[in-house]
Design a protein around this ligand. Structure first.
Ligand code: NAD
Length: 355
């Protein structure tokens, strides 16, 4: 089982090291090879996604990714910015389905900014379409950009588009995921204002006819943003486009206490996947040894489940994470009085010990 390990920038290197430590402790026949990506690759090779890194990712069964980005690259032309590496990997590997589970661990119920009764037992799955929408439309102004900005320009625009096959395949993923859960899908759109999302709504409804056992409802994105903090447990599987999914999944992450707890999987049609925490490179805490590695460790568990067919090992990791939380170990982002504050490395060691 070949894994491309791409730690990236900022806390990426710190948290991926802990996930690799956990994977090694499983004693599975895993072949792990690392490469530079993001700002680190730009520094070394002048490009955030060098060809060697892309080839390594393409040839692997799965990619374990940390995070990319730093404010110091904000002046670069957009195609050279670290964040383009992740967009390039998604596009080149055809990773169209992004799974972001938001699960509230009982031990962290007090770490959320919401009342415990609203989030206790929360288990929702946000499925975000990843290769279409406004993030892959035609941007206006790239050729006239100076240091990534548009001095003196009068307008800028990005185009939002979705094709029928793109919507159909993500809708199928959502309905099939719902069949393994509580058989409910909420499709989030902005059909009242955007043509693209009226089309989205129509196509999702059509696909839904093939899944009569799954209940489908539609919600506008502004209402969904409100309902997520008002009554999050009303949701089970949420399916939405690239931009709305980006925003709603970050919102959902805070329901669970910290973005440092939220794993994610991005899959293509042959179950090859890229696994990464839902958060970014956190330049504000990089190098301090305090980042929470659990989102990355839980992403490694998703990798074992979805791409490597190692369900038992995935469950072992998830059980070990629950155990360290029960034991009271907390990184700073989830710390509360009466628990034991630990560093990134100590948290990784605790998970290995629990395994
Ligand atoms: P961020 O997710 O990096 O950080 C947001 C806040 O959450 C910060 O206060 C940070 O300290 C905290 N945080 C994040 N992860 C944490 C963890 N594991 N443990 C404890 N605290 C954690 O988002 P940002 O600050 O908006 O962006 C920073 C950089 O990351 C930017 O360059 C951005 O473009 C990039 N980014 C990359 C990805 C990716 O690689 N997929 C995703 C989002 C943002």
């Amino acid at each position: 089982m070949k894994i491309a390990v791409l730690p990236g920038d900022g806390i990426g290197t710190e948290i991926v090291a802990e996930a690799v430590k956990v994977l090694n402790a499983l004693e599975l026949p895993l072949e792990m090879e690392s490469a530079l990506v993001g700002g680190a690759a730009y520094e070394a090779y002048g490009h955030p996604l060098p060809d060697a890194t892309l080839q390594l990712a393409k040839q692997a069964d799965a990619v374990l990714f940390g995070a990319v980005g730093d404010w110091k690259y904000d002046k670069l032309d957009r195609p050279l910015r670290p964040e383009q590496a992740i967009l390039g990997l998604r596009k080149n590997l055809g990773l169209f389905a992004n799974f972001r589970p938001a699960i509230c661990y009982e031990q962290l119920v007090d770490a959320s900014s919401l009342k415990p009764e609203l989030i206790s037992g929360l288990d929702i799955l946000i499925i975000r379409e990843l290769t279409g929408d406004i993030y892959f439309g035609q941007p206006r102004g790239r050729r006239t950009a100076v240091d990534g900005h548009f001095p003196g320009a009068e307008e800028a625009f990005d185009t939002m588009r979705y094709s029928r096959p793109e919507i159909e395949r993500i809708a199928h993923v959502a309905f099939q995921a719902a069949r393994k859960r509580s058989k409910r899908v909420t499709s989030v759109d902005k059909a009242n204002v955007l043509e693209t999302f009226q089309f989205w709504k129509d196509v999702v409804s059509e696909v839904g006819l093939q899944y009569p056992d799954v209940e489908l409802d539609h919600m506008y994105v502004d209402n969904a943003a409100m309902q997520l903090v008002k009554a999050p447990k009303r949701f089970d599987v949420v399916v939405t486009g690239n931009m709305f999914g980006d925003i709603l999944s970050d919102e959902a992450s805070m329901l669970t206490g910290s973005i440092g707890m939220l794993p994610s999987a991005s899959l293509n049609s042959s179950n090859q996947g890229l696994y990464e925490p839902s958060h970014g490179s956190a330049p504000d805490i990089a190098g301090k040894g305090i980042a929470n590695p659990l989102a990355t460790i839980l992403s490694a568990a998703m990798m074992l489940r979805f791409s490597l067919n190692q369900e038992a090992s995935a469950v072992r990791i998830e059980t070990a994470v629950k155990k360290v939380l029960e034991q009271g170990f907390r990184t700073g982002d989830i710390y509360s009085a009466g628990t034991t504050k630990v560093s990134t490395i100590e948290m990784g060691n605790a998970v290995v010990a629990a395994l």
